[in-house]
Design a protein around this ligand. Structure first.
Ligand code: B12
Ligand code: SF4
Ligand code: SF4
Length: 428
């Protein structure tokens, strides 16, 4: 969608004016020199599949995608892209511009041509590569650059839904599928030009997307926790990544005042159905600082949501989840340029009932796969704002840092120790 059609913008800048956002040398997230690499086995979806969370999540994860027909259909298409995440570069390199900035602009324009929403580029720090795959084989650190693509999860659909009803999983999947499609095409294009490249999507990724999104200047880490928030798309996006050795000019991180905004606002924490988002301060975790969420609680809820498929309610309820219309751009301008307005904007967001469902945009069917056929679900989450939800007196976020994650390649269950994990946040 062209927000400002009258503006003659070069294609490599994209639709959203990211060039207007302040660039900084270091990200607004504190990152020390001691960030470890993590094995794929630590991913809580994988942990659920191996039985680390017990029987129920282990059963439910098997139907996580298939419980809703549209997600199942997208899953099938995504499966076909599996083999083309990797590829071999042409032996002869094509004649390209000498300047890495020109090449970067060309690659960004290609990503926009293929329908990415926002694109950024950074160098890949070692810690962004997973250390081992699920078989316990070390993952090689092989490419210098990452091209990071943001894909909108869909404004109307997200705002018609409660964020945790039957369409929620499919919103993730439409962005994953589109992102995988573009990332595989761009990786294959770079190989055609004679350079190494690999696509990293939801179905197959050797890298952690969060630090790359941050370093490529596409957003700041938010209170939601494991989520980078972009000033224009808010939290409402999924990412895909292409790593490559094609020489590219990189982007700098951005600062649009989000750390201060999230310090005052706790709307995502208030609205999370399972209390997985921190009301408290940031903590140091594995050598970097963030509002670490209770990923175990979130994973359990998303995997086994009885009245919907998955969940993305935190994204939906965030005051930055807006459409980009003029009044929203004004609010965004105030949020960025007048920090004294933060509290007023947060208050106004509730007063104007942002976050309430917009029924006119509901287009999907409520269906659930049960015993091999699709039936009407017994119940559907139908939440709006929960303005009076009390702040928990003592919130205990379960933390799973490097010391307690399962060993790389372990095929048996490595049960979580929730009490110990919660005690860790009390010591912080
Ligand atoms: C597994 C997973 C989850 C699981 C479990 C997470 C876990 N820790 O195991 C759960 C269920 C919690 C989850 C939930 C959500 N997720 Co998720 N998740 C992932 C996934 C697929 C793998 C991450 C992983 O392997 N974690 C296991 C280990 C590495 O965890 P960890 O050591 O605790 O490290 C985490 C962070 O601390 C951070 N991190 C790691 N190293 C470093 C280093 C630095 C310097 C920094 C700053 C951060 C950082 O990355 C890890 C993310 O889990 C990533 C995709 C990817 N490949 O990165 C998406 C991803 C992070 N999720 C995403 C999203 C959007 C969500 C949800 C909003 C769901 C939704 N509907 O879309 C919620 C948000 C929950 C929250 N409050 O933060 C997006 C974030 C995009 C964005 N806007 O920034 C990603 C990138 C998927 C994508 N391709 O777009 N997710
Ligand atoms: S995805 Fe849902 S359960 Fe997880 S943190 Fe967000 S609102 Fe909470
Ligand atoms: S809801 Fe508020 S606290 Fe949460 S991420 Fe959005 S701005 Fe930050």
């Amino acid at each position: 969608m062209q927000l400002f059609p009258w503006r003659k913008r070069p294609v490599h800048l994209g639709t959203y004016p990211m060039e207007k956002i302040k660039r900084v040398d270091k990200s607004t997230t504190r990152i020390t020199d001691n960030v470890p690499r993590i094995p794929q086995r630590a991913n809580f979806f994988r942990r659920a599949a191996f039985g680390d969370l017990g029987k129920k999540p282990q059963q439910e994860i098997r139907r996580f995608v298939d419980k809703y027909p549209l997600s199942r259909a997208m899953g099938k298409t995504m499966h076909t892209l599996g083999p083309i995440h990797e590829g071999t570069p042409n032996p002869e390199q094509a004649p390209l511009p000498d300047n890495p900035q020109d090449i970067a602009d060309h690659i960004k324009a290609t990503c926009y041509f293929l329908d990415s929403d926002i694109v950024g580029i950074c160098e890949v720090p070692e810690f962004a590569w997973y250390s081992h795959n699920l078989d316990g084989k070390p993952i090689e650190v092989r490419h210098k650059y990452a091209i990071v693509l943001l894909i909108d999860q869909g404004f109307e659909t997200l705002n018609a839904s409660s964020g945790d009803d039957w369409i929620s999983g499919s919103q993730s999947f439409q962005a994953y599928l589109k992102g995988a499609n573009i990332a595989c095409t761009v990786a294959n294009y770079i190989q055609e030009l004679g350079y190494e490249a690999r696509a990293h999507s939801n179905s197959d990724s050797q890298v952690l997307h969060l630090p790359l999104t941050l370093l490529a200047g596409l957003g700041e880490l938010s209170r939601i926790g494991e989520l980078v928030l972009n000033p224009y798309l808010g939290p409402r996006f999924k990412t895909s990544v292409i790593t490559t050795n094609l020489p590219l000019a990189v982007d700098k991180p951005i600062d649009f005042g989000l750390q201060d905004f999230c310090n005052s606002c706790r709307k995502c924490a208030r609205e999370c159905p399972c209390g997985a988002i921190s009301y408290g301060d940031k903590v140091m975790f594995n050598g970097y600082e963030m509002w670490k969420p209770d990923v175990e609680a979130c994973a359990r809820y998303r995997i086994a949501n009885p009245n919907g498929s998955a969940c993305g309610r935190c994204m939906k309820m965030c005051p930055f989840n807006k459409e980009g219309q003029l009044q929203h751009r004004l609010g965004l301008w105030l949020a960025i340029n007048v920090p004294a307005m933060h509290k007023v904007l947060i208050w106004l967001d509730d007063v104007l009932e942002y976050g309430k469902r917009t029924p006119i945009w509901k287009w999907w069917l409520d269906l659930e796969a049960r015993d091999g056929q699709y039936v009407q679900p017994k119940k559907t989450n139908a939440r709006d704002l929960r303005l009076n939800r009390p702040v928990p007196i003592k919130q205990k976020i379960a933390l799973y840092p490097l010391e307690v994650i399962p060993p790389a390649g372990l095929k048996e269950a490595h049960p979580v120790k929730r009490r110990e994990a919660q005690a860790r946040s009390e010591q912080k």
